[in-house]
Each structure stands twice: as structure tokens, then as C-alpha cells.
Design a protein around this ligand. Structure first.
Ligand SMILES: Nc1ncnc2c1ncn2[C@@H]1O[C@H](COP(=O)(O)OP(=O)(O)O)[C@@H](O)[C@H]1O
Ligand SMILES: [Mg+2]
Length: 347
């Protein structure tokens, strides 16, 4: 059995078509050893296909996959030493927890004593001690996903791939499991790709996030970078709440928006450049350099904040978040807010 442990992953120019559908359009991506990288994208963006190519369940039309520098593009799945967890558990229904978790070791003809020891370790690691003799149907959804996780890590895989593993769990349990995966992944130093369409999950879990759309990677960056400095409209809009406008840089270091408004910005992009601007709702405050006066068209109380939709001059609509102090502004009320130049991201 291969026991070389966690490795780095290099995906280069991987393409995959299904008839007319381009599921992957020359995707390149690097995951460092011990890193947890999340692939975040809407349904149908190619996330699962990419993971299947890495695991060996789909053959790419072109490109290569390397693990620890070794090309694995044409290796059968069973010889790649990659642990996988899917959304729909995929446990063997007739096998106990013990049987499910030990299965990868049995497949690899590991010695009996080692199987027992490593299975017990993996079961303890996902906190299922005492459940060894249960069948999957005697477990909750969260417990079943822990079994799947133990089965994926028991053979000391080179990579761990998780495809929306907590999609079927309720919010509270999902949050617990996210922290659990993070703890385990760090402890074992496992190179991990985690797929999700949930931006909050991606922000909680990741060292870095790769945002995907239409079979291409839009941006790969740290969580802060993705949120604060998205590369384009798609990323800005998909991750977090946003106010996005378009315009042109001017000599004076401002942006002349297409809607007629001028914004003071901190960007040093050259005059004449067509740009997008992103203003996050929580970056507005009373006062500030770029002042807006708007009529409240929608006001929602969210516990710690008020979420307001403002209709401003020139038909400009803004989504603004304010700390929930005092009473919720009434619809029709007029509100003044501003945003500092360095709080506006220009791309
Ligand atoms: N086996 C297949 N046959 C035909 N089309 C497929 C197949 N697998 C995926 N696709 C298509 O490829 C695109 C990407 O799918 P997928 O990788 O599953 O996206 P995601 O996991 O991001 O939701 C979708 O348009 C999907 O319909
Ligand atoms: Mg999928």
C-alpha cells in the first residue's frame, strides 16, 4: 500500500466536454501540500467534473493532473490514493461502521492487526467511538457523513476530495461539521479540495478559494482577497452582498460612473480605463467622502444589522448595512450615507 502521505496537486490545462457542453475549459490550478482549497461556484459550473478528473472517474479531453510531481492523468482511480466524500454519503448499506471504515484497508490487503488499529484510530478521529457495530441506517445524517470521512482518511490518502459533503445537513450541524473537517485536515496536514456552492462555507473553511463559473476558474485567492478584492463582476457578485457599478477612470483619480455619478477612489489605475467598482453594503457609514442621499425602499431587521435598500439620485440603488441601533428606518425615510475612497474596490 502507498503510504507516502499528503502531497501537492497540480492541474494544468484540463478540458472536458460533454457533447456541446464545455464542463471544463482549460482549467489550471495548484494546491499546496497541506492546504485546504475550496472550489466555489454555482450549480453546473464544472466543480464535480473537475473533482472527478482528479479522482480518475472522468477522463479529461486534454491537460494533465500531477500529484507530488507525478503524472496520474491515466492512472485508474483505485491506484491514485485519493480519499473522497460525496454529498449523498455513499456508504455500503449492508456494512457496519467498522466494515465501511476498514474497507479501503481490506482492499489494499493491509495486515489484520494494522487494519484493526487504523480503523479504530479513524473512527476515534471522527468521534464515533462506540458506534462500530451500527449500520448506516441506524445513524443520523451527520454521523453517516463522519463515517464517510473516516473511510476517506483511513488509508492515509495523498489528497482528500470533498464534494458538497454537508449539503444535506441542517445549518447547525453543517457548521459543526465544517469546523470538524477543518480541525481534522489541519491535524493530519491533508491536502484537501472542498467543493461548495455556499459562499459562507467557503469563507469559514478555506486557506484559499477558487471561484468557478462556466467551466473556468475566475479567481484563486485567499478568503480576504476574494471578498475585498474580487477580480471581476462575477466574483464580486457571487461572494457576499455587493453594489457593483461600471465607469471610466479620470485624470483626477476618480471614477466617472456610466450613470453620471462621480466617485472618489483610492485606485491608481490609468485615466481612460474602463472599470468596475464594488462597494460592500457594510462599508457605508453616516458621513464619509462619497455622500449619498437616498430614500429607504426596503428595510430589513437582521438581528445585528439593518439591511436597507436606498433609492438615490440619478436612479442609483444601493444596498447598505448599518449596525442595528435604535429603530429600523421606515420605508420612505430619507437617509444620508457615505463611503471612504479606500473602501471602494476598483477592478
Ligand atoms: N456525465 C455527463 N454527461 C453530460 N453532461 C454532464 C455530465 N456531467 C456533467 N455534465 C454537465 O457538465 C456541466 C458541469 O457539471 P458539474 O461538474 O456537475 O457541475 P457542478 O458540480 O459545478 O454543479 C453541467 O452543465 C452538467 O450538466
Ligand atoms: Mg456538483
Amino acid at each position: 500500500m502507498n503510504d507516502k502521505g499528503s502531497a501537492d496537486l497540480l492541474i494544468e490545462g484540463v478540458g472536458k466536454r460533454f457533447g456541446e457542453v464545455v464542463a471544463l475549459d482549460r482549467v489550471s490550478l495548484q494546491v499546496a501540500q497541506g492546504e485546504l482549497l475550496t472550489i466555489l461556484g454555482p450549480s453546473g459550473s464544472g466543480k464535480t467534473t473537475l473533482l472527478k478528473v482528479v479522482a480518475g472517474f472522468e477522463t479529461p479531453d486534454g491537460g494533465s493532473v500531477k500529484v507530488a510531481g507525478e503524472e496520474i492523468t491515466s492512472l485508474p482511480p483505485a491506484r491514485r490514493d485519493i480519499g473522497m466524500v460525496f454529498q449523498n454519503y455513499a456508504l455500503f448499506p449492508h456494512l457496519t461502521v467498522q466494515g465501511n471504515v476498514s474497507f479501503p484497508l481490506e482492499m489494499r490487503n493491509v495486515a489484520r492487526a494494522a487494519i484493526d488499529r487504523r480503523t479504530a484510530e479513524a473512527i476515534a478521529m471522527v468521534e464515533l467511538k462506540g458506534y462500530e457495530r451500527r449500520l448506516p441506517r441506524q445513524l443520523s445524517g451527520g454521523q453517516q457523513q463522519r463515517v464517510a470521512l473516516a473511510r476517506a482518511i483511513v488509508f492515509n490518502p495523498r489528497l482528500l476530495l470533498l464534494d458538497e459533503p454537508f449539503g444535506a445537513l441542517d445549518r447547525k450541524l453543517r457548521e459543526t461539521m465544517q469546523l470538524e473537517v477543518r480541525r481534522l485536515q489541519r491535524k493530519l496536514g491533508l491536502t484537501t479540495i472542498f467543493i461548495t456552492h455556499d459562499q459562507e462555507e467557503a469563507l469559514v473553511l478555506s486557506d484559499r478559494i477558487a471561484v468557478m463559473n462556466h467551466g473556468t476558474i475566475q479567481q484563486v485567492a485567499t478568503t480576504t482577497e476574494i471578498y475585498e478584492r474580487p477580480a471581476n463582476d462575477f466574483v464580486a457578485d457571487f461572494v457576499g452582498e455587493s453594489n457593483i457599478f461600471h465607469g471610466t477612470m479620470t485624470e483626477a483619480g476618480t471614477v466617472a460612473l456610466d450613470n453620471g455619478r462621480t466617485l472618489e477612489v483610492a485606485s491608481r489605475l490609468p485615466a481612460g480605463r474602463k472599470v468596475g467598482v464594488l462597494m460592500r453594503p457594510e462599508r457605508f457609514s453616516p458621513g464619509g467622502a462619497n455622500a449619498f442621499s437616498g430614500e429607504v425602499v426596503e428595510a430589513v431587521y437582521l438581528g445585528t444589522s439593518f439591511k436597507l435598500r436606498l433609492a438615490c439620485e440619478g436612479g442609483m440603488e444601493l444596498l447598505v448595512r448599518q449596525p442595528a441601533k435604535g429603530s429600523l428606518p421606515a420605508t420612505g425615510a430619507r437617509i444620508e450615507v457615505g463611503i471612504e475612497p479606500d473602501a471602494i474596490h476598483v477592478f
